[in-house]
Design a protein around this ligand. Sequence first.
Ligand SMILES: [Zn+2]
Length: 407
Amino acid sequence: MNNEYSISEITIVTPKEALEKASIRIGDGKIKDFSKSTLKDYPIKGDYILFPALINAHDHLFGTYYPKIGNGPYICWLPWDYDLKSSEVYDERNKNTPYEVYLFGAYKNLISGVTTVHDHIPHVVNNTLIDKLPIRVLKEYTLAHEASVYDLKWGDGIEIEYKRAVEKDLPFVTHIEEGFDEESLRGVDTLEQLDALSDHTVVIHGIGFSEKDIKLLAKKKVNFIWCPGSNMFMFQRTAKVKEIIEAGVNVSIGTDSPASGELNLLEEVRFAKKVYKEMYGDELANDSIVRMITLNPAKAFRLDKRLGSLEKGKLGDLLIIAGDKKKPYKSLVEANLKDIALVIMEGKPLYGDVSFEEMFNNHKSEYTSVTIQGKDKLIIGDLNGVMEKMRKKVGFHKELPFLPVGN
Ligand SMILES: [Zn+2]
């Protein structure tokens, strides 16, 4: 068996429970079982918790730049898109190649504990870039931009794209009702008329959803992705998420791009909790939130046989955070970048604290040292080099706060 090892004496969060002083055995890039390896074991000392690596259910990696753009509230996404594309920040971003901007996005996600991202964009844009990135960006999906007459006409049209998704057992992904004009508010009706609502369907935003829309989505087992940071920035409103959850819809959380959303998935999760409290005067439970960035998106994107939870046979995508092992879910919801102690994809460490150096040593040449939020880390590739190159291209010492390198 290749590259077998185990991590032991750590709190492990499986879908159902948090196992204390537990072990997990990885081999051939997969989770073998929950025993200690006789070949190589890494016992963990101190307050650490092991989760499945996170899934960011909605991002646009090509939008990985800063600052945010927009002067809302808008009536729908269209005038925001105009503001974005006519801004100086957009021109500055485009001094970097698409691959370079995608690298910013991949690293933004990696240092926040994410190994899997859905980059909502036509295949023609991201297909050649994905394989060169340090994390997993989904390739298997069909899509539309939105369901409105003025949408950006991504893909081959809703009917064809949806049918393709069903035939190939893929997700069909689209923004929906991202606005309050008459056309936006017809989004769910339009998908229904085109017979494009089922458990293959993944809809994003839904800030205009009516009670009737929510009932229909639940009945058709449609998956919903919530991006509260982006919604509040652009519209000062977000979807009726409590009603959506209570209707039984599978809900995930995504960041959207940093052009409108929060800086990373950890910030997005905290923002989600805050918005929920403001809207409903109620706490969104920490274990529910953790499912919205692990198992729920794995289900939505039809990857739950391979990802989303720590179970025998799934891929070895692991996240270790520093935190209170008595309160694992709360610790993840409140984690900062510096608390992301180790990120492993298919058994291979990609990013982590220098205290895990021994694990990185097998692949030493692939890593560089980097300081994130004042903490020394090891990272796959050369993030310092990426930052340096970006600063040369834009001609000044640009800071990207979702990549707080050296700070
Ligand atoms: Zn989006």
